[in-house]
Ligand binder design. Structure first.
Ligand code: ADP
Ligand code: MG
Length: 681
């Protein structure tokens, strides 16, 4: 016997070979097989009389095998199985190619269901390679599993047939007494969701399309529910910890703001205020600040850092790369040059000059700070371009990690995310948005360039460089895989050679790709920043956040392969100073769709709007980036459905109002499994 969480090998008839194939499909437990969902359905819902069949249509019949035989065509190395079938209206032939074992199951005198396409041959109508189901000696003595109705077709990558999977799933559903359901009953009821067993029955063996939809909704709902419960639970856990409260020193902050060479935007003011209010509390802040490239996130973080550092509490300011860290170090040193604040830079190649306990704000790369460094009284961690930084990681920075206070966290991200997705992806974080760019920014002139104008674009770059500017050239994106990284490198190298030899022989060209070591990448970026190179050829790895104010041209090859958000990110690499800047989009196809998509980018500069469009066009997967959601495909696809997400959010609210996780052992168990499935980094 087996139950829902038994290993799959406990099912009868699963030998080592099949087991290996199932493992390839990531099916290890009985429940995995039940949740191995069809990716499409064949519609055989009408059983027809043979006399009514029409050439070219797909149909299902119930018939008796009058005769069956096999012949071998040696010349073509082929076996043909032929059967003569009959129902009460007429006879018909059925033919199968290269399936010699069929005669083991299909025998004269048996009733069968046959489903497939009707072809016309010399001898009249026939079925060609149809699916079949043996009913037995009588026409009606077995449920019509494989043929009548909508037939589930499964991903069959490991060489297991859909027929096989369907049979196994049927056996499981028929024999499983208990299917543990983590969705609380009152939630299912309130949101009119069918029971889990029903949903599984309907998704694998639907009678009609409505049943499929009902089942899909229920299954997507429960996965998104779990994810949101998980985030909310994490959020509550963090709130139950202690942090050092940092009172807002308003006069000091006003003084700092008036000393700035610009006026803060309204979004910046609001975000700063939200952050200051958070760190006043005795529980740890867990907030993400999202704003387009150039929206001015640094100064917002600086305000919180100033308020903290002037109260003799330490701040850690972390960046993903050395260049970004030293850039932040310079920016902060400049912002605080008239303030009694000691700032230190700490990276692989730059050690602190004094002890860490003398430093108020330590700027560094996170890898480094995590390993060796213990702060004296760290109260605020700012993390740029990395979404998550767990409570444990924060605690590990403290001199005494057992100390009960945990530092406040401010994450910053330049990737605008559609609102509904933010609820799911950043569910455990509070969100501050910088919706507007500072006033007076020059609009980046964006143009889709046709292949015939390529020469002109090169000429344009040449002129910009003569004026003292620099240019990026981004190579086309290639689908992710090991082989692809290699071909991406090859591509970028080829582009680099073409530009250095044929197009710009007299200019200095740099090359950046994913196969370079971190230090090599840093050097290439640094050379570009220091104007040692004029043009930087890069794959999509080009660092987010690195400021090259002198660059004025962003040229993107194969622009149709990138998402709008990603293109927008690239575009944000230029236009960071007073120079008029340009973004050229080169496409490989002349398809109307791609032209329309790029037009959106040409016309809009609003990262959030572009993200919404991207979600519509390309789905949610891209927004997860390196984040692994642990979400099944069905739930992933459903993240596009704003009304579903909002419904789930209501459900989660209702759940926490009326109930708690501790009352639901199955939910508790799923949450802990889920924790192992998701990797936010
Ligand atoms: P990002 O959000 O991409 O990190 P930065 O913080 O690097 O943006 O800011 C980009 C540039 O804009 C910096 O040079 C910064 O000094 C400037 N800046 C920030 N806020 C404003 C503002 N309100 N008005 C004008 N310039 C601003
Ligand atoms: Mg930044």
């Amino acid at each position: 016997m087996f139950d829902y969480s038994s290993p799959i090998k406990d099912l009868s008839g699963i030998g080592p070979k099949v087991l290996e194939k199932l493992t390839k499909l990531k099916i290890k437990k009985v429940s995995d097989l039940l949740l191995h969902l069809p990716f499409r359905y064949e519609d055989f819902s009408q059983i027809k009389n043979i006399a009514d069949l029409i050439i070219g249509e797909k149909a299902t019949i119930t018939a008796k095998i009058l005769n069956i035989g096999q012949k071998r065509i040696w010349k073509r190395n082929m076996t043909i199985t032929e059967a003569l079938l009959e129902d009460e209206t007429a006879p018909i032939m059925s033919v199968w190619f290269n399936q010699p074992y069929l005669t083991n199951t299909l025998k004269k005198g048996l009733w069968v269901n046959i489903s497939g396409k009707i072809s016309m041959g010399k001898r009249g109508l026939y079925f060609s390679n149809p699916a079949f189901e043996v009913l037995g000696e009588e026409p009606y003595d077995k449920e019509m599993l494989h043929t009548a109705g909508l037939i589930a077709i499964y991903p069959e990558t490991a060489g297991l047939t859909s027929r096989y999977l369907r049979l196994k799933i049927k056996t499981i559903l028929d024999n499983l007494i208990n299917i543990p359901d983590f969705l609380p009953n009152f939630i299912a009821k309130e949101f009119s969701l069918i029971a889990l067993r029903q949903a599984l029955q309907k998704i694998h063996f639907p009678k009609n399309k409505e049943e499929i939809e009902e089942a899909q909704k229920r299954l997507a709902f429960q996965d998104i529910f779990l994810l949101q419960i998980y985030s909310r639970n994490e959020k509550e856990k963090i709130k139950s910890k202690l942090a050092q409260p940092i009172p807002t020193n308003l006069p000091l902050i006003k003084k700092f703001i008036t000393s700035l060479p610009f006026q803060l935007t309204n979004s910046q003011k609001l975000a700063s205020w939200q952050i200051l209010k958070d760190i006043e509390k005795p529980t740890p802040m867990n907030r993400i600040l999202v704003g387009d490239v150039g929206s001015g996130k640094t100064v917002v973080a600086a305000i919180a850092a100033l308020n903290t550092a002037t109260q003799k509490q330490q701040v850690a300011f972390l960046a993903p790369t050395e260049i970004l860290a030293s850039q932040h170090f310079k920016t902060l040193s400049n912002l605080f040059k008239n303030w009694p604040i000691k700032i230190g830079l700490l990276t692989a190649s730059h050690k602190l000059k004094s002890g860490l306990d003398k430093i108020d704000i330590a700027v560094g790369t996170h890898a480094l700070i995590q390993k060796n460094v213990k702060f004296k009284n760290l109260a605020l961690v700012v993390v740029d371009e990395q979404h998550r930084f767990g409570v444990d990681q924060r605690a590990s920075l403290l001199k005494d990690p057992k100390h009960s206070a945990i530092p406040h966290l401010l994450s910053m991200s330049a990737t605008p995310i559609p609102r509904t997705l933010a609820l799911t992806i950043y569910g455990d974080l509070d969100l501050s948005l910088l919706k507007e760019l500072p006033k007076g920014r020059k609009k980046i002139i964006t143009k889709a360039v046709s292949p015939t104008n390529r020469g002109k674009a090169y000429q344009f770059i040449e002129n910009q460089i003569k004026l003292g500017r620099q240019a990026f050239v981004i190579c086309p994106l290639i689908e992710e895989s090991e082989a692809a990284i290699m071909s991406e490198v090859k591509n970028a190298t080829a582009e680099y050679e073409k530009l250095s030899k044929d197009i710009f022989p007299h200019l200095k060209i740099g090359l950046l790709h994913g196969r370079l070591k971190a230090q090599e990448k840093e050097k290439v970026m640094l050379d570009f920043k220091n104007k040692k190179t004029d043009v930087l050829v890069s794959t999509s790895v080009v660092e987010v956040g690195v400021d090259i104010p002198n660059a004025s041209v962003m040229m993107i090859e194969g622009a149709d392969r990138f998402g709008l958000s990603q293109l927008h990110q690239f575009r944000g690499r230029v236009g960071r100073a007073e120079h008029q800047s340009y973004c050229f989009l080169f496409t490989e196809t002349s398809s109307k769709n791609s032209a329309e998509r790029l037009k959106i980018l040409v016309e809009s500069e609003d990262g959030f709007k572009l993200a919404e469009k991207d979600l519509e066009i390309r789905g949610p997967g891209q927004f997860f980036g390196s984040v692994q959601s642990g979400l099944p495909d069905l739930a992933m696809a459903s993240l596009k459905d704003a009304s579903l997400i909002e419904e789930v959010q209501q459900a989660v609210n209702l759940f926490f109002q009326k109930d708690k996780i501790a009352n639901h052992p199955i939910l508790l168990e799923r949450l802990s499994e889920f924790k192992e499935d998701i990797h936010w980094e």
